[in-house]
Design a protein around this ligand. Structure first.
Ligand SMILES: Cc1cc2nc3c(=O)[nH]c(=O)nc-3n(C[C@H](O)[C@H](O)[C@H](O)COP(=O)(O)O)c2cc1C
Length: 330
């Protein structure tokens, strides 16, 4: 094997492939399997801020039905609030502790959040449990027509988290920003160490026979990787943080492309569901073979080669439409 090591957010990874946040990384067995099949690191299944709040609401609703227990006293609610949150968190923390004892690859904790209300202190506990880094998946609904300044919330959340933990923090973002390039650049200057580009949303579809929404596409297809590739190529030379590529990366060839575009690490999820965790090993073998063919001994020798090549004239990646190509098709 060639030297596949990469340094992502200051973490030494034996190779750039990270098992991204999903159900497969939500149990100790899953994490062990990822390491066994070659993953360079694991991002744990997210602790969802919404999930905690919903669960809490459900339990409070149940208790509201019992007037003996629930008397409407705010103190009772305060206690329950804390108790339920803590219990959920305990399970999550235990997974970090167990994973750190069992595997040697870095463990990246993940929080899926939408606000700064009351959860940020969890990040300290994750750090204390041994998480090597923290990935923030901030999702503010771009279809929210009411909040005018929603992008501000990203900065507020990052500021609070950065003031709470010392471990490296990455931000997993969507493509839905006003002027994506500028927004990402500004976010990269907040003190975070990494950007995960991009989060993927369920792709809606309509069943025209039943005239209703059909089951969403839970897994990505390779076609979806091109936006990731475009933006990594545009931004990798312009931001001072590491970029992890995410969405639509299914094969070893895709890994090579993302590295050439300037990604430091590659997160994979759908391909692990579709092909099993052994896919990680296959991707690594392809990367290794390609490096041998091209005469590269380490990832650093070619990482970002393509984005640098187009650095002075990034039009090839910035062009959004097909003018030239369309005009050539008769
Ligand atoms: C079943 C499933 C569960 C997921 N759970 C999470 C999660 O808990 N937190 C998160 O940030 N992303 C989650 N994701 C999104 C993935 O981490 C990833 O961003 C997305 O699937 C795109 O990558 P891919 O094309 O390699 O699948 C999930 C994806 C899938 C398919």
């Amino acid at each position: 094997m060639k030297d596949l090591r990469t340094s992502y957010m200051g973490l030494e990874l034996k190779n750039p492939i990270i098992a991204g946040s999903c159900g497969l990384t939500g149990t100790l067995d899953g994490i062990v399997s990822m390491e066994k099949h070659g993953a360079g690191a694991v991002v744990l299944k997210s602790l969802f801020e919404e999930e905690i709040l919903l669960e809490e609401k459900e339990q409070i609703k149940e208790l509201e039905k019992n007037p003996l227990i629930y008397s409407g006293l705010s103190e009772t609610l305060d206690y329950l609030d804390l108790h339920i949150r803590e219990e959920n968190l305990e399970k999550f923390l235990q997974l970090i502790i167990d994973a750190k004892k069992t595997v040697s690859i870095p463990i990246i904790g993940s929080i899926n959040c939408i606000s700064t209300i009351d959860w940020v202190h969890f990040t300290k506990k994750m750090e204390e449990a041994g998480a090597d880094a923290l990935e923030l998946n901030i999702f503010l609904n771009p279809a929210d027509f009411k909040s005018k300044e929603f992008e501000k919330a990203y900065f507020q959340i990052i500021e609070k988290v950065m003031a709470t933990v010392k471990i490296p923090v990455s931000l997993k973002i969507s493509k839905y920003f006003t002027r994506l390039g500028l927004s990402v650049k500004a976010l990269s200057e907040t003190g975070i160490s990494g950007l995960v580009m991009f989060n993927r949303f369920y792709a809606p579809d309509i069943d025209i026979e039943k005239m209703e929404l059909s089951a969403p596409q839970v897994f990505s297809t390779p076609v979806e990787q091109h936006e990731t590739l475009r933006w990594i190529a545009i931004l990798s030379e312009r931001v001072n943080v590491n970029i992890a590529a995410s969405t639509g990366i299914h094969t070893g060839e895709d890994v090579v492309k993302m590295l050439l575009a300037g990604a430091t690490a590659i997160q994979v999820v759908s391909t692990l569901y579709k092909n099993g965790p052994a896919q990680i090993n296959k991707m690594l073998t392809k990367l290794d073979d390609w490096m041998s063919d091209k005469g590269f001994n380490s990832v650093e020798q070619f990482r970002g080669k393509i984005s640098r090549m187009y650095g002075a004239d990034p039009a090839a990646f910035e062009r959004m439409q097909f003018m030239k190509h369309f005009s050539e098709i008769r």
